[in-house]
Design a protein around this ligand. Structure first.
Ligand code: P6P
Length: 336
């Protein structure tokens, strides 16, 4: 029985990967794991504790905040503040960055960009939701500013997500591969269940909201037609799977292979998903697992952020499928 490795044990074990590490990042990751367990407890019984439905407020995205959105945001920020390793939190739920170190002498050196509850519209219908986080080191020698937050995805020191699904998993990377941990409620610990995750180079899953089809770029329409064409080698076209929660759709693709696409649409000319706390962290994870992530033309992790809540189109998943989709985007741009 005792071959179980908990998240805490794993983090400490892997600290040796970073010779100059003083344990700060390890403590930060553990702080996020604690908040995840607290949020999981409420997600799992939302219907019983009046945590369903709208909070009666809106967020910077202009989205109607769900009660669990607000709760998750509060819990992750509280855990990061209590842990003392994070100086700034950039949350999807807050218009401005939040300074956690009230005293400039506090030398917290990490910055966390977070989507506290991704896909929260799924809560009321009992479908998977998630949390996505991205971690940067502060660059300035003095008090951190917004410039310390607006770093390219290649500067992330760690990225991860929690999926509150049929089981609750925490998946993260520090740039040395991707590892998945499943929450064992009987001991209240995340336990290593998916070591060294690798995404298949190809796959037969496409995840896209085809409700927006008429407004898709031509290259995306052509790629969808490619996926729907009869595949003579296997006599079956692709399977379409879309839950409305990026974390759940990409987690499926990380395990089974395939491609998730949220392109530009009529409602979202620059795509809907946010660069800093959705696309960058998911791109780091998928690339670390051997996949690719682009905006249809450029690598997501190379995009230079200009604004905190900026959006980007995203094509992410199995490398061969992302390359295929990019080629179709380029061909269509050439024609039109
Ligand atoms: P649509 C959830 O609101 C989210 O940010 C992602 O998790 C998800 O992939 C996407 O938006 C769903 O958007 O327009 O298909 O409902």
């Amino acid at each position: 029985m005792n071959n179980v490795k908990t998240l805490g044990q794993f983090i400490i074990e892997k600290q040796a990967d970073f010779p100059f590490a003083k344990g700060e990042l390890s403590r930060l990751l553990r702080d996020l794991g604690i908040a995840a367990k607290i949020v999981n407890r409420e997600v799992n019984k939302a219907g019983l504790v009046n945590m369903l439905g709208s909070a009666g407020s809106g967020n910077i995205q202009g989205e109607n905040q769900q009660k669990l959105d607000v709760y998750a945001n509060e819990q992750f920020i509280a855990a990061l503040k209590h842990g003392g390793e994070c100086c700034i939190v950039a949350s999807e739920e807050n218009e401005e960055i939040q300074y956690l170190d009230t005293d400039v002498s506090t030398d917290a050196s990490y910055i966390v960009a977070i989507d506290p509850l991704d896909g929260s519209s799924n809560i009321d219908v009992n479908i998977a939701v998630g949390t996505i986080f991205s971690i940067f080191r502060k660059r300035s020698s003095s008090r951190a500013t917004l410039d310390d937050v607006l770093q390219k995805g290649t500067c992330q020191v760690a990225a991860g997500y929690i999926i509150y699904g049929s089981s609750t998993m925490l998946v993260y990377t520090t740039g040395k591969g991707v590892n998945g941990f499943t929450l064992d409620p009987s001991i209240g610990e995340f336990c290593l269940s998916h070591p060294q995750m690798e995404i298949p180079a190809n796959g037969k899953l496409i995840s896209i909201n085809e409700g927006n089809y008429v407004h898709f770029p031509e290259g995306v329409k052509n790629f969808i037609k490619y996926c729907q064409a009869e595949d003579l080698s296997t006599n079956r076209p692709f399977t379409s799977r879309y839950t409305g929660a990026m974390v759940a759709d990409i987690h499926r693709i990380l395990i089974k292979g395939g491609i998730f696409i949220y392109p530009a649409t009529a409602a979202y000319r620059n795509g809907k998903l946010r660069l800093m706390y959705e696309c960058n962290p998911m791109a780091m994870i998928v690339e670390q697992a051997g996949g690719k992530a682009t905006d249809g033309h450029h690598r997501i992790l190379d995009l230079e952020p200009q604004m905190l809540h900026q959006r980007t189109p995203v094509f992410i998943g199995s490398s061969e499928l992302v390359i295929k989709a990019e080629l179709m985007m380029e061909a269509a741009d050439f024609v039109y």
